[in-house]
Write a protein that binds this ligand. Structure first.
Ligand SMILES: [Zn+2]
Length: 439
């Protein structure tokens, strides 16, 4: 591929090499780890790819990461500094995250003064105490990380870190489920969680509500305008807001208008804005493509979610968990009654027309004239059909390309309708039901 691009006159990277064996790849990476200063550019590592397109196709992808490419990062430069304090931060999920405040020090080109310690277990495992001299580096060139404590330099005055038993923001008890590393605040409407939720909901890539910065949200919570969840935003009145410190009539009017405008965002943004764990913008867009609205999504069985291309078991479980919680279902009801668009009308109509293969099982064999497997699969799924990997009694149609395998024999044996590759592509494009596919 690179040679091909180079021949076409594109500028390609100078250092690349094809290997037949993984041992050689590893050797090559280690060799360049020592010689990275010789590159005429800054680099933090190398990329290893499977070069055969056929094998790439077989390996496929998980969400945005292909299974056929891997980054090898060179170890980052390490420096030492002192842990001055360990403080607790609470995020959107209610997790209590201990963060080390460090004596500021330059690491790999920038000044570092804080490093997340992730959780209590991590601190115990590394035995990090306040006052310790520690070795730090930047993981992935970005995130400062404490690697280890230099125990030889301990004076005996170091203080062991103790996880608080109540939330530092709302004073509710915290809990750490058996077998889990993360400690969480038990209060579902903890101010810190609420604040994080609102910030995420209002962020540019989510519902894009201007005028809702961190300080403003804190104020709205402190003054009682927001006390349950993000739906409280839609109850705020201009006259009441205008009386707030530093607000005034103009800002209040603008804020309410910005909130009003957010009622009409595309479905994928709303799904992202809900802040379901592991559901980023990309996954949200996939879900919005598959379902007409949040209410439909909330009723989808776990198994069906897992069958969607690019949605793994972890993401599916997280979506299921989100919609199994009563407070989240209430939130969706409240958003709906506030006038937030929780479904997409246009798509509903389109889909009525398109769902012509609902409940039908397809199996594909051989090479199709113009489509690859994933494209064919996506089209079948978009029209309500399912794609299986082997022919069985449950199979409705076998789509046959060139060089079909043993699946064709099996299909004939079981009397399953066979659709030619060309025929399938025509009916996919024209959205028609071809001969032999009348149902
Ligand atoms: Zn709390």
């Amino acid at each position: 591929m690179l040679d091909f691009l180079k021949n076409l006159g594109f500028k390609v990277i100078q250092h690349y090499k094809l290997f037949r064996e993984i041992g050689e790849v590893i050797k090559y990476c280690f060799e360049w780890k020592e010689r990275k200063g010789e590159f005429p550019y800054e680099t933090d590592g190398m990329v290893i790819k499977v070069s055969s397109f056929v094998e790439q196709e077989i390996l496929g992808a998980v969400s945005r990461s292909p299974r056929w490419a891997l980054a090898y990062k060179f170890p980052a430069p390490e420096v030492t500094t002192v842990v001055k304090d360990i403080q607790i931060y609470i995020g959107r999920t209610g997790a209590l995250t201990p963060v080390a405040h460090l004596e500021p020090v330059e690491v790999d080109g920038s000044i570092v003064s804080r490093a997340t310690l992730h959780n209590e277990d991590e601190i115990k495992r590394k035995d990090i105490r306040i006052g310790d001299r520690v070795v730090i580096h930047k993981a992935g060139k970005i995130i400062p990380e404490v690697i280890m404590v230099i125990t030889e330099e301990r004076t005996g005055n170091e203080i062991e870190f103790v996880m608080p038993i109540t939330c530092p923001r709302c004073s509710s008890p915290v809990y750490k489920p058996e077998g889990e590393a993360v400690t969480r605040c038990t209060n579902p409407s903890c101010f810190a969680r609420l604040e994080g939720n609102i910030r995420h909901y209002a962020s540019r890539d989510a519902m894009d509500i201007e005028g809702l910065g961190k300080a403003r949200i804190e104020q709205l919570i402190a003054e009682g305008f927001i006390n349950k969840d993000v739906s409280d935003l839609y109850d705020m009145k201009i006259e009441e807001l205008a009386e707030l410190d530093g607000m005034g009539l103009k800002s209040a009017t603008n804020l309410v208008k910005a909130i009003e405008d957010s009622k009409d965002r595309p479905l994928k943004r709303l799904i992202y804005a809900l802040g379901i764990r592991h559901v980023g913008e990309h996954v949200a867009a996939i879900l919005a493509d598959h379902y007409t609205g949040v209410e439909e999504l909330s009723r989808v069985p776990l198994k069906e979610l897992q069958n969607i291309n690019e949605i793994g078991p972890k993401v599916a479980a997280s979506i299921g968990e989100f919609f199994s919680r009563k407070d989240n279902l209430l939130l969706i009801n409240r958003l709906k009654s506030a006038g937030v668009k929780v479904y997409e009308e246009k798509k509903e109509k389109q889909e009525e027309k398109q769902q012509i293969w609902t409940g039908k099982q397809f199996v594909i064999t051989g090479t199709l004239p113009t489509m690859n497997r994933n494209e064919a699969k996506a089209i079948i799924e978009s029209k309500g059909g399912k794609v299986g990997s082997s022919v069985s009694k449950k199979t409705d149609f076998l789509i046959v390309g060139t060089e079909p395998g043993s699946k064709l024999d099996k299909a004939k044996e079981l009397g399953i309708t066979v659709v030619k590759g060309e025929e399938f592509e025509v009916m996919a494009k024209e959205n028609t039901v071809p001969q032999g596919m009348l149902f």
